[in-house]
Structure formats: structure tokens, C-alpha cells
Write a protein that binds this ligand. Structure first.
Ligand code: C2O
Ligand code: CU
Length: 633
């Protein structure tokens, strides 16, 4: 794509430019263009606006409704409370991303971003998703969630696709993974901050449409607390809801008519980049804050743009990475092949950072800044200072007394490490470009092909290799956290040393991770979370299977395959399911009939499964670099 400049826009816009003054002056006295540089493959918007004039919207907390007969299986676990019921409508709506410009979005409940769920441990959530968008199927996926495959919202399970005009139910138990050796929840892996987004990819179609659907606005947040996190809030360690602000950071481009520009073809599936920084659905908004500590739950919800964040004044204290709280509050860093920048946070698509910012001694204006320059879907390029300001915080009033106590080193959630002696097997996955598309171990996504089949309750070592060519791939694995053991090309940042659901593979990177697949056998996926790479078709199906002799009743779309691995004892209550398509009420039947055909089909499919490195079970324990099993860090 040719290099273009905003200045080349129509004369009328140039006049407007000089009237509203489309540059802002930073504290350092540097003039800053509100847009991301339009270079390389970045789509150029045909609209102009003055940044920091719109208030940052705070996503509305989703309200529950009365019970209904639901059609998903709700796994029953000890101590579960009555479920809460919700209804979400994916529909079109008009909104102002840029002030004064009407833009049509596709949003959950017609909002962009969608509403925020607030869930609690052991309190199941049942959501009825309606698709009122006539142009598209939709599949909502709860990213970071530990749930059955049939409620995971993945394109490997056909019954989950919601055709236009229809609805599907999804059931979330809101539990931690069940540790097979004890039969108890592993509360070290209890989630905190998830998000949900469209994950559409029609079976049989070579390309997915997740990128477009997310770009059009189908994304929302899901926060969940257990007793431990609630106590941190109640004891005045962490800020309460009022001072907990989600920041969904995205990039978008609008044409002169205000329409979202999405065209993956134009950039050869590299990744779609827009020139407008959007936070919670608004182009460069502002937020009034008090002189006190805030908790910001930051999501990079862009389809292809990486970001590197810093503040123009003040520091981040990071308390969570991706879905999970950290063992203790720490100073983050941002490492790449060039080195480590302490205090900054790099986030690829889908990565999250849960941070505390203390404004108590802040100047009247503080900006959140993205200093990572990126002109191509291929990869971010380099840090450029000053960067692009995303949010302006207008700091008001006197310093608040008796603020929350969170500070560097405050203990949060004890970490339970996966240890080398638990590893039963090694698999290798190589991520590479092939015929202008994106492959894993040489193959494109096929929802009928199984590329890994770990036994439920076992831990594995996966080697994730970036095949090179200068491409970056953030790899996201469903169902469970993974623990990064080593990276070859860059330092591991302190916030990456515990649990992650997405690992950034910079060019030529090789990551070694440990992952333990627990609780739910079924069909899951992992993929690159550059949504255009995922759609074209860097995704694989992996099935969590029951060990021989451990089969239970499963529905046809949770059909499992047999694995020839030695079984580990399963938690007695680890599995439950009901037939799909049969409405059930609040009593859940865990003993529905096995669909013999589906199971035998799946079993025969399993014979064709070859896994790379299948014989490479670890016999001697490997040395654990980090993390250590010590909960105190
Ligand atoms: Cu956030 Cu498979 O996705
Ligand atoms: Cu990728």
C-alpha cells in the first residue's frame, strides 16, 4: 500500500484541521498527531476529530434476569450456588467512535464494547446469546474461561454457531480447574479478568470471520472474583468497583462516511491496522480521576496491533497478567530482542494487564501512551518516543486520605506451579507462513483434524516455535493457563513468569511452556490471536481426552477420542454433561446417554492423529528455571 498522508485529504478537511488544531502539545512541548502514523499497511481514516474531548465510557455491568430452561450442560460441582441467568443480544447499533460522526457497529447488546459481566466463584452463569445480525453467524468465546467445550464458543463444535435470528445458551461454572490428584479446585489458577468476543469460523470454510466480527465491535469483558480477591477488596487492599476501570484498547479506521473500514484482503491477511486509537469504543477519550489509586484492567482488543504502554507521569504496579492475579504486586517490564524497558508493558492482541496507578501526587494531566510503532500486520517495529496518546487523565482535587493499601510486593494470589516431574509428554508446534496464509506444523485449520490429544488431568511440555520471516504471533490456548518456562530470543518479563493464556512469539522465538489440561475433556483450539492470522488459518483443534477406561457419558459434540497414555486418577466430580438440544431445568443430569456413533467416529479419527514429537516423553525432570513453586515469589 502506498504511503499516504493526512495532509492529502480534501481541502475542506485541511481547513478543518487548522480550525480545530489537530495536533496536541504534550507536556514536553512536542506536537503530537492524534492518529497513529499512516504508513505501510495502516488504513487511513477519512474523518477528523479533536482528541480528549469525549469522556471515557465505562462498560455497563450486565444485569441478570429470571431463570429460563437452558440448553447447555452445566457441570455440577460441590458447593455450587444457584446459577444466574443472562441474555445478550448481538445486534447493530449506531455510535460515535469519533465525536460528531455516526458509525454503525455490531455489538453485544448493541454497545461497543459490550457489557461487563461480574461473576463470583461457584456461582454459575448461564448466558443466552441471540444473534440479531443478519449478515453473519456468530460464536461467542469466553477467553480465559475454564468451561466445557460445548460452552467454550469454539468453531470445532458445530452446535455453538448461532445463525442469524437464533440463539444458543452457554454455561459457565465459574470454578477453578480441578486438580486430579486431590479432586479439589486449584485456587491458584482461579481466574480474575476475562473477556468474550466473537470466534466465528464456519466448518468447512477455509477462512474465518473472527477478525471482521471483532473489528465490528463484538467484544466484552468478564470479571470474576473468589473469596480471596473479594477479601482484598473488602480489606481495603485493592480498589473497589468504583475505582476499577476497564480499558479496552483497540485501533480502528473510519471512511469519510463514518463506516468502519475492514478489508483483510487488501493487506494480504497480514493483519488489519487502523489509524485511530480507540479506548472503550471512543477515539482518544479523557477520564476525570481523583488523587488516589485506581485499578485499570487493560485489554489489547485490537485485531493485529501490538501496544507498549507507559504513563507520562507515574508508574504501573502490575497485579494481574491475562486472566490471573499475580502472586504479588510488581513492577512490569517490556522485553524484546533489543532489550528490556522497565516499567512499561507490552501487550499483543488479547493480552491483558491488571494494573494499579497511583494519582495521589500526580500533575493535573497524565496521558496513557503507546510508544510502539507498527506499520504492518507482520510485526510491531520499534519503540518511538513520544508515542501516541491513548487516554488523557484529568486529575482533580486534593490527595485522598486513607487510600487502598496495594503497593509493590503486596501478596495477591499464591501461585501453584506446574512442576517438571508432572510432565508426561512433549509436543512441538511450528508457526509459519505458507502460500500467503498461516500454518501450524504445515497445516491450516481444519475442525475435523485433531493435532494434540492430552489426557485430562495431565501436564505437558509444548515447544512453540516461530518459523521466522519476521512475523510476530501471539499464541493463545483455550481452557487452561500455561506457564512459560523459557524464551530463546528475549528476556521473560516478571509479569510473564506465572500464568498466561497468550504467549507472544516475536520473530524466530521459541517458547517452552508447561500446560495442564484439567476438568473438561472435549474439543478445544489454540491459535494465533492476530485475528487475521487466525482466520487464515493459524489455528488447530486439540482435544482433551479421557484416559482409557475413564470414558464417561458425553454429548456428541463433546465426543472424545481414546488416548494411549497411562491414566491419572480423575476427580470423581470432574465431569458432567447433559445432552444438547434437550432443555433441562436447574437439575442437571450428569448421566446422559453416549452417542455411540459419534464416539466411534471420533475414536477412528484418533488413529489418524500424529503428534509431532510423540515419543519425546520426558523421562528425567527438566530444570525449572522460573517460576519456582514458592508462593511468596
Ligand atoms: Cu480470544 Cu480463541 O480466543
Ligand atoms: Cu500470527
Amino acid at each position: 500500500m502506498t504511503k499516504r498522508y493526512k495532509i492529502c485529504l480534501a481541502a475542506g478537511l485541511v481547513v478543518l484541521l487548522s480550525v480545530v488544531g489537530l495536533t496536541i502539545t504534550s507536556k514536553m512541548g512536542v506536537a503530537i498527531d492524534p492518529f497513529y502514523p499512516v504508513d505501510g499497511e495502516v488504513f487511513q481514516s477519512g474523518v477528523m476529530y479533536e482528541p480528549f474531548t469525549q469522556e471515557l465510557p465505562i462498560p455497563r455491568v450486565k444485569e441478570s434476569r429470571g431463570p429460563f430452561e437452558f440448553q447447555c450442560s452445566l457441570a455440577q460441582f460441590e458447593g455450587q450456588k444457584a446459577p444466574k441467568f443472562y441474555e445478550v443480544h448481538a445486534r447493530k447499533a449506531m455510535t460515535e467512535i469519533v465525536p460528531g460522526v455516526q458509525t454503525e457497529i455490531w455489538g453485544y447488546d448493541g454497545t461497543y464494547p459490550g457489557p461487563m459481566f461480574r461473576a463470583f466463584h461457584n456461582e454459575p452463569v448461564i448466558v443466552r446469546f441471540h444473534n440479531e445480525i443478519m449478515e453473519s453467524i456468530t460464536i461467542p468465546h469466553f477467553h480465559g474461561g475454564h468451561q466445557t467445550a460445548e460452552s467454550d464458543g469454539v468453531p470445532t463444535v458445530e452446535g455453538q454457531i448461532i445463525p442469524p435470528g437464533e440463539f444458543r445458551d452457554f454455561c459457565f461454572p465459574n470454578i477453578a480447574p480441578i486438580e486430579p490428584t486431590t479432586g479439589k479446585e486449584d485456587m491458584g489458577d482461579f481466574p480474575s479478568f476475562m473477556w468474550f468476543h466473537d470466534h466465528s469460523h464456519e466448518p468447512g470454510s477455509p477462512v474465518g470471520i473472527t477478525g471482521r466480527n471483532v473489528y465490528m465491535g463484538l467484544a466484552g469483558l468478564y470479571s470474576i472474583r473468589d473469596e480471596l480477591e473479594q477479601k482484598l477488596v473488602d480489606d481495603g487492599v485493592l480498589p473497589s468497583d468504583e475505582f476499577e476501570i476497564p480499558l479496552v484498547i483497540q485501533d480502528r479506521a473510519l471512511d469519510a462516511g463514518g463506516r468502519l473500514i475492514y478489508n483483510a484482503e487488501a493487506v494480504d491477511h497480514d493483519g488489519v491496522l487502523g489509524d485511530i486509537p480507540v479506548v472503550n469504543g471512543k477515539a482518544q477519550p479523557m477520564l476525570r480521576v481523583e488523587r488516589r489509586k485506581y485499578r485499570f484492567r487493560i485489554l489489547n482488543g485490537s485485531t493485529a496491533r501490538f501496544i507498549q504502554l507507559r504513563l507520562t507521569s507515574g508508574e504501573f504496579v502490575q497485579i494481574g497478567a491475562d486472566t490471573w492475579l499475580l502472586p504479588q504486586a510488581l513492577t512490569p517490564s517490556a522485553s524484546d530482542e533489543r532489550g528490556t524497558r522497565v516499567g512499561e508493558i507490552r501487550l499483543a492482541n488479547a493480552e491483558r494487564a491488571d494494573v494499579i496507578v497511583d494519582f495521589s501526587n500526580a500533575p493535573d494531566e497524565v496521558f496513557l501512551e503507546n510508544i510502539l510503532f507498527q506499520s504492518k500486520g507482520r510485526s510491531p517495529e520499534e519503540v518511538v518516543e513520544p508515542g501516541t496518546f491513548l487516554v488523557k487523565f484529568v486529575v482533580e482535587g486534593p490527595t485522598v486520605e486513607r487510600d487502598v493499601s496495594i503497593a509493590l510486593g503486596t501478596p495477591l494470589r499464591p501461585h501453584t506451579a506446574i512442576t517438571a516431574d508432572e510432565i508426561v509428554r512433549t509436543r512441538t508446534f511450528e508457526f509459519e507462513r505458507r502460500n500467503g496464509r498461516w500454518a501450524i506444523n504445515g497445516e491450516f485449520f481444519d475442525h475435523d483434524r485433531v493435532d494434540a490429544n492430552p489426557v485430562v488431568g495431565t501436564a505437558e511440555r509444548w515447544i512453540l516455535k516461530n518459523g521466522g520471516g519476521g512475523w510476530s504471533h501471539p499464541i493463545h490456548i483455550h481452557l487452561e493457563a500455561h506457564q512459560i518456562q523459557s524464551l530463546e530470543r528475549r528476556a521473560m518479563d516478571p509479569q510473564e513468569k506465572f500464568k498466561k493464556d497468550t504467549v507472544r512469539l516475536h520473530p524466530n522465538e521459541v517458547a517452552e511452556i508447561f500446560i495442564k489440561a484439567r476438568t473438561f475433556p472435549g474439543r478445544f483450539v489454540f491459535h494465533c490471536h492476530n485475528n487475521e492470522h487466525e482466520d487464515n488459518a493459524m489455528m488447530v483443534r486439540w482435544d482433551v481426552v479421557e484416559a482409557e477406561g475413564q470414558e464417561r457419558a458425553l454429548t456428541d459434540n463433546q465426543a472424545i477420542i481414546r488416548a494411549g497414555e497411562a491414566p491419572l486418577p480423575l476427580a470423581p466430580n470432574a465431569l458432567a454433561s447433559t445432552a444438547t438440544g434437550v432443555p433441562t431445568d436447574l437439575t442437571v443430569d450428569g448421566e446422559s446417554a453416549v452417542d455411540a456413533d459419534a464416539t466411534s467416529k471420533a475414536l477412528s479419527e484418533s488413529e489418524n492423529v500424529t503428534t509431532d514429537d510423540a515419543s519425546a516423553s520426558i523421562s528425567e525432570p527438566t530444570t525449572l528455571v522460573e517460576p519456582s513453586g514458592d508462593p511468596a515469589l
